[in-house]
Design a protein around this ligand. Structure first.
Ligand code: AMP
Length: 576
């Protein structure tokens, strides 16, 4: 069964629960939490996945990070287990990386606040002691990477006999990382009557095979995407700035400082964010006003009036509040978050560049949302430039440039007689150039030139690298739990098992390489058994493969002769 979705046009009541969420069958305590979080309406994946999951159906969902899929499985999961046994695992969420384990467990905790459900994240690279203690104390939801979950199952420190719900999150990523056997091993130890949900951004045949084996008559949820008609997507310049979550507000302010829009719309996903962002921007000297579904009609009218008259330069809005509002075309649309659906993105950026005028759409994204950005590009058939957040140097240069421009304008406008007299008076004790410099300094200051600013750390404009299992072979081999990877940076990290060397392969993600391709090429071409292959790291433009020392020469020669994904690539011994 394929589900498709359309957006409801109804506005939520100014106060009270979102009718959108209530209609999905969620109980009052969860609705209270969603209200407190400022969620105004379900995202498409939530609208489609929550009802069947609440009914207890298995589900196969195609959704990427950023679509709201965590709440799509977490809310029904919480409702289903809330009235069951406590202090033992009744729900298990398997995720590919440590980063995701932390994020998902925090999200489940947030959504389950009213229900007082305990959540524990289990991942490799974390000390066993606290994990064991927490497991002994008893907890209802486990969010784990497969390697570490299996580790605990083997030690019998994790028991799944009471499990009611299993979720495989980002299943394609888990398979890419070689967790297929681990998943099978874990799922074999779960009770037959449990509910299983599988979410994956892509649906390659390998996912279908897992689904066939582990899901019972699943509901198939794909959010249908209406392709944008040729010429229908707004032609505006689109830029995305990748930044860590904790620097999003500073990044937004920096982007605005550089762009200096006369009027801009800033979109956020939740009411809470709208309020936070508005407060932060006002704190930085912007005239920003919030508009969201929690406000009365009178309040909204007042805000819109102020925006139309130019009294307010920035309108910070949720999608629901902006929908149906007669907002004049703005020079900039800024997405503080990527919206949860492509249609909403197109709708948002359509607020700029109207009637042949130039428009710009800027999006602040977290590293893990980059995948979604590519989907947006495909959907809108338009390039989105990924740029680093402007640096402090860029900002200062921009302010100086602005100062210079306004001085030039003033010079051209003339009528400087009164001021010349001041210069003449000052000339008695100072050089004219110094007097001019002092005056410029004052103008520069008034442009915010000396406001204390911090550098915003740049992040890799690539998807975050996962923490991978340290097992000696990529295929099925003894488990040693997941290993926390060294921080990113160049390919100069250690942590290799003794007796292995690292081989550099001059092709990576950009060429469509996955770890499995390298294992395949090495096993087939070099005739080296997979147990001799260790950790594989696929970066954007290169990959690193750990192989047993004795097999290195064979691997390098064989790979050097072969085409990988149809290309001949440089292969050599990598020296840290
Ligand atoms: P996810 O795709 O699960 O990683 O969620 C992406 C972001 O969307 C998270 O920051 C959530 O807090 C937020 N989010 C999820 N559902 C909603 C919703 N219905 N309304 C507003 N924000 C949401």
């Amino acid at each position: 069964m394929k589900h498709t979705t359309t957006h409801s046009q109804t506005e939520p009541a100014a106060k009270g629960f979102s009718p959108g969420f209530a209609a999905l069958g969620l109980e009052a305590s969860l609705l209270t939490t969603l209200e407190a979080l400022g969620y105004e309406e379900p995202t498409p994946i939530q609208r489609e996945a929550i009802p069947p999951l609440l009914e207890g159906r298995d589900l196969l969902g195609q959704a990427a990070t950023g679509t709201g899929k965590t709440a799509a499985f977490a809310l029904p999961l919480l409702q289903r287990i809330a009235h069951g046994p406590r202090q033992r695992p009744t729900a298990l969420v398997l995720v590919p990386t440590r980063e995701l384990a932390v994020q998902v467990s925090e999200a489940v905790q947030r959504y389950g606040k009213e229900l007082r459900i305990g959540v524990l994240a289990l991942y490799g690279g974390q000390a066993m002691g606290p994990q064991l203690q927490a497991l002994r104390r008893g907890v209802e939801v486990i969010v784990a990477t497969p390697g570490r979950a299996l580790d605990h199952l083997r030690r019998k420190t994790l028991k799944l006999a009471d499990l009611q719900v299993v979720v495989l999150d980002e299943a394609d990523e888990m398979l890419d990382m070689g967790f297929a056997d681990d998943l099978d091993a874990i799922l074999e130890q779960t009770p037959a009557g449990k509910q299983t949900a599988l979410f994956s951004a892509t649906m390659p045949p390998r996912i279908a095979s897992i689904a066939r084996r582990h899901l019972k008559n699943p509901v198939d949820v794909t959010i249908a995407r209406e392709p944008v008609k040729a010429g229908a997507a707004p032609r505006v310049q689109q830029t995305a700035y990748v930044v860590a979550r904790q620097h999003k507000v500073s990044a937004l302010a920096r982007v605005l400082d550089i762009a200096t829009p006369k009027s801009a719309l800033v979109f956020c996903r939740t009411r809470l964010e709208v309020d936070e962002v508005t407060a932060a921007l006002n704190g930085r000297g912007y005239r920003a006003e919030a508009i969201h579904g929690g406000m009365s009609q009178v309040q909204r009218d007042r805000v819109m009036q102020a925006f139309r008259s130019g009294q307010t330069e920035l309108l910070v809005a949720t999608d629901v509040a902006a929908r149906g509002l007669d907002i004049p075309s703005v020079s900039h649309v800024i997405n503080y978050d990527l919206p949860s659906s492509l249609e909403v993105y197109v709708h948002r950026i359509g607020r700029t560049g109207r009637a042949g005028r130039e428009g710009a759409a800027m999006t602040i994204i977290e590293p893990r949302e980059q995948r979604l950005l590519r989907a947006v590009e495909q959907h809108t058939k338009a390039k989105i430039t990924v740029a680093a957040v402007p640096s402090l140097g860029d900002l200062l240069a921009k302010r100086l440039e602005r100062t210079k421009a306004s001085i030039q304008e003033t010079l051209e406008a003339g009528e400087l007689e009164d001021f010349r007299r001041v210069v003449e008076a000052l000339s008695a004790s100072a050089e004219p150039a110094d007097i001019a410099a002092a005056a410029i300094k004052l103008v520069y200051r008034s442009h915010g030139g000396e406001r204390a600013e911090e550098e915003i750390p740049a992040v890799s404009t690539r998807p975050p690298e996962p923490y991978r299992s340290s097992r000696p072979s990529y295929g099925s081999a003894p488990q040693q739990g997941d290993r926390a990877r060294a921080p990113r940076g160049g390919p100069s990290r250690g942590g290799r098992a003794a007796g292995t060397v690292r081989v550099y392969v001059g092709a990576g993600r950009a060429a469509g390489i996955r770890p499995g391709d390298l294992v395949g090429a090495i096993a087939n071409e070099a005739g080296v058994p997979s147990r001799m292959i260790g950790a594989i790291e696929v970066e954007e433009r290169f990959s690193l493969v750990d192989v047993q020392e004795e097999a290195a020469r064979q691997v390098i020669e064989a790979l050097g002769r072969t085409r990988i994904k149809g290309q001949r690539v440089a292969v050599r011994l990598f020296r840290d």
